[in-house]
Ligand binder design. Structure first.
Ligand code: NDP
Ligand code: HSE
Length: 429
């Protein structure tokens, strides 16, 4: 039986999940691959940090990455550090040294995926990145291979575990945003800089990767219109419940006759919609294809073992390719030219919360402004806060985002409007 030696770069949440699965399921993995996969080296900055972890006798820590790149016995480098500078240098160096690479690094893939895939191809090695999107859900292989015969027209889902965990806790336990973020960090869901999660950037990177593969167009992170969850208030969540909605951070890529529409945004989702019941660190993705019709994928989107599961699957696939001398035999992605459809033109209903003077005639003025902007009211709830202030929560008819922006301007011009607090999209079903 062939032995394939691998090296891990980094030994944090995902790397330890990968290490634990490779240890715990070693026999099963060997039987399934007919390869003995051995972790030979682990690159860390400070081995003392990991002294409570027992390594097998064949595994050693190294503090210089060159000890891995220059080691001809190592065939797979597993990059699990994150970031786009040092990690990119390491991945490039490994590929040039004709080592296959497995990574969970969506930031790097969203920025330099095509270049690195091309580099892998040229060097006759593999580059696999299943864990970079939706954690434990096997979605890259599914789209690329299992759904390869479909023309995909739409992707919509929950693509970030941290924000879904935060929004679920805010909804179900009424906890504050900052308390829940801390918990998500402790559980290993959040990025090193959690701004990437809560501002929607992580979801946008994942959407860019998924959409590039699904729509055969080179989609950059910058092509996605992004809005995060930092402005979501428990008051909005409460009003949402009254209207029959749960709040979710949605990633959506849709092919329209005018081009691709790519958006990450917090949205109210009807409680009867399956995405409304995706809770905690779980993710889910709907895919529409002209063969499969609708398919939905659901599972843990973050965390040590679920993400490790995807990393291990890539390591197994590459190990089998090494055993069969078949690495680098993939067809590089091909790209069509497609326009990006500006978000201003995308139609939806909106929820608007505003504080107004608590006096007669104000509602009539609000209605008049809506009519002027060709928007009608689908539902409205009023809560009187004190003798001076009432809060209005309005669900509008469907309209382009540009109409809503004009409406907010009109509201702000009314003396009886104290403040427009929130504007949240309602997800189309
Ligand atoms: P962690 O912060 O838990 O671990 C990162 C590891 O990399 C640490 O061991 C860290 O060492 C090391 N490291 C970081 N930068 C360097 C560097 N410049 N030189 C040497 N070592 C470095 O991160 P995660 O395990 O959570 O994430 C790893 C990757 O996986 C990221 O790309 C992330 O986006 C991705 N990912 C994470 C998921 C999750 O659920 N956590 C899910 C899917 C993907 P030190 O301790 O010394 O800082
Ligand atoms: N921070 C990411 C998330 C990790 O919360 O979804 C998984 O990619």
């Amino acid at each position: 039986m062939k032995t394939v030696k691998i090296a891990l770069l980094g030994f944090g949440t995902v790397a330890q999940g990968t290490f634990n699965l490779l240890q715990e399921n070693a026999e099963l993995i060997t039987n399934r691959t007919d390869v003995d996969i051995e972790i030979a080296k682990i690159f860390v900055r400070n081995p003392d940090k990991y002294k409570n972890i027992t390594l097998p006798s064949h595994t050693t820590y190294v503090t210089n990455v060159e000890d891995i790149i220059n080691d001809d016995s190592i065939s797979i480098v597993v990059e699990l550090m994150g970031g786009t500078t040092f990690a990119k240098d390491c991945v490039e160096a490994a590929l040039k040294a004709k080592k296959s690479v497995v990574t969970a690094n969506k930031d790097l893939l969203a920025e330099a995926g095509p270049y690195l895939l091309d580099l892998a191809h040229k060097n006759g090695v593999d580059l696999k990145f299943e864990a970079s999107v939706l954690g434990g859900i096997p979605i890259i292989k599914t789209i690329y291979d299992s759904l390869g015969g479909n023309r995909i027209t739409e992707l919509v889902g929950i693509m970030n575990g941290t924000t879904n965990f935060i929004l679920s806790k805010m909804t179900e336990e009424g906890l504050s945003y900052s308390d829940v973020l801390k918990e998500a960090q402790e559980l290993g869901y959040a990025e090193a800089d959690p701004t990437a999660d809560v501002e929607g950037l992580d979801a946008a990177r994942k959407l860019a990767i998924l959409a590039s593969i699904s729509f055969n167009r080179r989609i950059f992170f910058e092509d996605v219109t992004v809005e995060g969850i930092t402005n979501i208030d428990t008051e909005d969540i409460d009003f949402g419940k009254e209207f029959g909605y749960n709040i979710k951070l949605i990633g959506s890529a849709k092919e329209t006759s005018k081009g691709l529409s790519l958006n990450v945004y917090p949205a109210f989702v009807l409680l009867t919609h399956p995405l409304a019941s995706v809770r905690g660190s779980y993710n889910a993705l709907y895919i529409k294809g002209n063969g499969i019709d609708d398919a939905m994928f659901y599972g843990r989107g973050a965390g040590s073992l679920p993400t490790g599961s995807s990393v291990v699957s890539d390591i197994m696939e590459v190990s089998k390719n090494i055993a069969f001398d078949a690495t680098g035999h993939f067809k590089p992605f091909y790209y069509d030219q497609k326009n990006i459809y500006a978000p201003g033109k995308v139609q939806s209903s909106y929820y608007i919360r505003l504080a107004v003077d608590n006096k007669m005639g104000v509602l009539a003025k609000i209605s008049a402004k809506m009519a002027e902007n060709k928007i009608s009211v689908l539902s409205i709830v009023q809560r009187n806060m004190d003798p001076e202030t009432a809060v209005l929560a309005i669900v509008t008819s469907k309209c382009p985002r540009s109409y809503i922006l004009n409406l907010i301007e009109s509201f702000n011009s009314l003396r009886s409007v104290q403040e427009v607090n929130s504007v949240i999209r309602i997800m189309e079903v």
